[in-house]
Write a protein that binds this ligand. Structure first.
Ligand code: ADP
Ligand code: MG
Length: 399
C-alpha cells in the first residue's frame, strides 16, 4: 500500500475555490495509485471566523493563561471544522472521506498543553480506513494526552502532524501544500525576486525553518529526516513541481548560500564588567538566565563585557532577574537576527566578511555576528530587515 500524506495549510482550505484545488490534489494522488491521508489546518488566517487566532479571541487572556487545558480544547476546534468541511468537499467529489481528530488518528502526546510533544502513535484506525479505500481527513496541530485531554502541538503544528503520521504510516512521501511554490531562497513577501529551490537537504531546511522561515515547521523536518521520508513542499493553487527535501540536497548546485531568513523580536543584552565590579553574580549571569528557562542566542563573553540576545517575550523575566541581583545592563530592543544558510559555506573563507561588507556598504548597522558550519547570523535593527535580506540575496546571486 503506497501511502502519501497530504497536508493543507490555512490559506489552502480558506475558500471554496481553494478547497476545490485541494480536492484536485487528492484526486491526482488517488489516480497515481496512492492512498492519501489528508491533514488540514484551520481555515484562513487571523480574522477569518474559524482561524485559531479568532477562536482564541473569544475568551479572556487571564482565563486562557491560567487554564491551558481549556485553551487547547478551544484551539483544536478550528481544525475539527476544517476536517469536516474538507471531508464534505471530498464526499461531493465522490471520495469516501472520514474526518478524524488528531487523537482519533492516533497522535498521543505528553500533557504539555499548547506545546505538546508526540510521545507515541497508534495509527491503527487510519490503516483500517485506508485499507478500505477511504480517505482519512485528520485535524492537524493536535493530539490527545494519555489521560484523555486534547492537546495542541505548538504554532505551525499541522506540519508536525503530517510528519508524525507520515512516519507512523511509513508514507512514501509527505506533501506539504501551502500558498507559495515551495521553499524559496528568501521569503517572497520580502524579496520580490526570490527563486524556487528545487531540492534541498533536511539539514538546510531545518536551519531555515528554525531561524524563522515559516514555510515549514522545524519539528516536521526533524521527524521526516529521522525516518528518511522525503518531504515535498508544493503550492495548492498551482501545478508547480515544488521543493523536494531529502538527505542529499541539490548535489549539482554550487551556490555557497542556499537561503536567507530572519527571526523577529530579538533583544540584545549588554552587561559590562566595569559597571558591575564587586557583584558576585556577574560571572553567573548565563546560569541565572538558563535556570529561568530563558533561551539565549549569539552569546559573546569578553573580559570586559557579556553580550547575548533573547526573545522579546522573555524581556520582563530577564529584567526581573538582573534587577533582583542589582546588575547593571543595557538593552537594544527591536532587533532581528538575519540567518544566511548554506551547507557549502563550510570551510570556505570570506563568507562572513562578504556579508558584513555588503551590509555596511548599504549603511546597515551590524550589532553582533555568529557562525556555525552551515549558518551565519547577523543581529541588526528590525527596520533594516527587508533591505538587509535583499542586499544579501543580491550579493550571493540568489535571484
Ligand atoms: P500554511 O498556512 O500553508 O502553513 P505558512 O504561512 O505557515 O502557510 O507558510 C507559508 C509562508 O511562508 C509563505 O506565504 C511565505 O511568506 C513564508 N515564507 C517564509 N520564508 C519562506 C521561504 N524561504 N520560502 C517560501 N516561503 C517562505
Ligand atoms: Mg505553516
Amino acid at each position: 500500500m503506497k501511502i502519501v500524506v497530504q497536508k493543507f495549510g490555512g490559506t489552502s482550505v480558506s475558500t471554496e475555490e481553494r478547497r476545490q484545488k485541494v480536492i484536485e490534489k487528492v484526486k491526482i494522488a488517488i489516480k497515481e495509485g496512492y492512498r492519501p491521508v489528508v491533514i488540514v489546518s484551520a481555515m484562513g488566517r487571523k480574522g477569518a471566523p474559524y482561524a485559531t487566532d479568532t477562536l482564541l479571541s473569544l475568551v479572556d487572556d487571564k482565563f486562557k493563561n491560567s487554564n491551558k487545558l481549556a485553551q487547547d480544547l478551544l484551539m483544536c476546534c478550528g481544525e475539527f471544522i476544517s476536517a469536516v468541511v474538507i471531508s464534505n468537499d471530498l464526499y461531493n467529489a465522490g471520495i469516501d472521506a472520514v474526518p478524524l481528530t488528531g487523537g482519533q488518528a492516533g497522535i498521543i502526546t505528553n500533557n504539555n498543553f499548547t506545546d505538546a510533544k508526540c510521545i507515541d502513535t497508534n495509527p491503527k484506525k487510519i490503516i483500517d480506513l485506508v485499507s478500505q479505500g477511504r480517505v482519512p481527513v485528520v485535524a492537524g496541530f493536535q493530539g490527545v494526552a494519555e489521560n484523555g485531554y486534547l492537546t495542541t502541538l505548538g504554532r505551525g503544528g499541522s506540519d508536525t502532524s503530517a510528519s508524525i503520521l507520515g512516519v507512523a504510516l511509513q508514507a512514501e512521501t509527505i506533501e506539504i501544500y501551502t500558498d507559495v511554490d515551495g521553499i524559496m531562497t528568501a521569503d517572497p513577501r520580502l524579496v520580490e525576486d526570490a527563486t524556487l529551490i528545487d531540492v534541498i537537504s533536511y539539514n538546510e531546511v531545518f536551519q531555515l525553518a528554525d531561524q524563522g522561515a515559516s514555510v515549514i515547521h522545524p519539528r516536521a523536518v526533524e521527524l521526516a529526516m529521522k525516518a528518511n521520508i522525503p518531504l515535498l513542499i508544493k503550492n495548492t493553487m498551482s501545478n508547480c513541481r515544488g521543493t523536494l527535501i531529502n538527505n542529499f540536497g541539490d548535489r549539482e548546485n554550487e551556490r555557497i548560500i542556499t537561503g536567507i531568513t530572519h527571526q523577529k523580536n530579538r533583544i540584545q543584552v549588554l552587561i559590562k564588567a566595569s559597571e558591575n565590579e564587586g557583584n558576585t553574580k556577574y560571572k553567573d549571569i548565563l546560569d541565572l538566565v538558563a535556570a529561568n528557562k530563558i533561551s539565549l542566542d549569539l552569546i559573546n563573553i569578553f573580559p570586559d563585557r557579556q553580550i547575548f540576545t533573547i526573545d522579546a517575550k522573555a524581556k520582563q523575566i530577564l529584567e526581573n532577574i538582573l534587577n533582583s541581583f542589582k546588575l547593571k545592563y543595557y538593552l537594544v530592543e527591536d532587533c532581528s537576527t538575519i540567518a544566511v544558510i548554506g551547507s557549502r559555506m563550510n570551510g570556505r573563507p570570506g563568507v562572513m566578511a562578504k556579508i558584513i561588507k555588503a551590509l555596511i556598504n548599504n549603511n546597515i548597522e551590524v550589532l553582533q555576528t555568529a557562525d556555525s558550519n552551515m549558518t551565519i547570523w547577523c543581529l541588526i535593527h528590525a527596520d533594516n530587515v527587508k533591505e538587509a535580506i535583499n542586499v544579501l540575496h543580491k550579493t550571493f546571486n540568489l535571484a
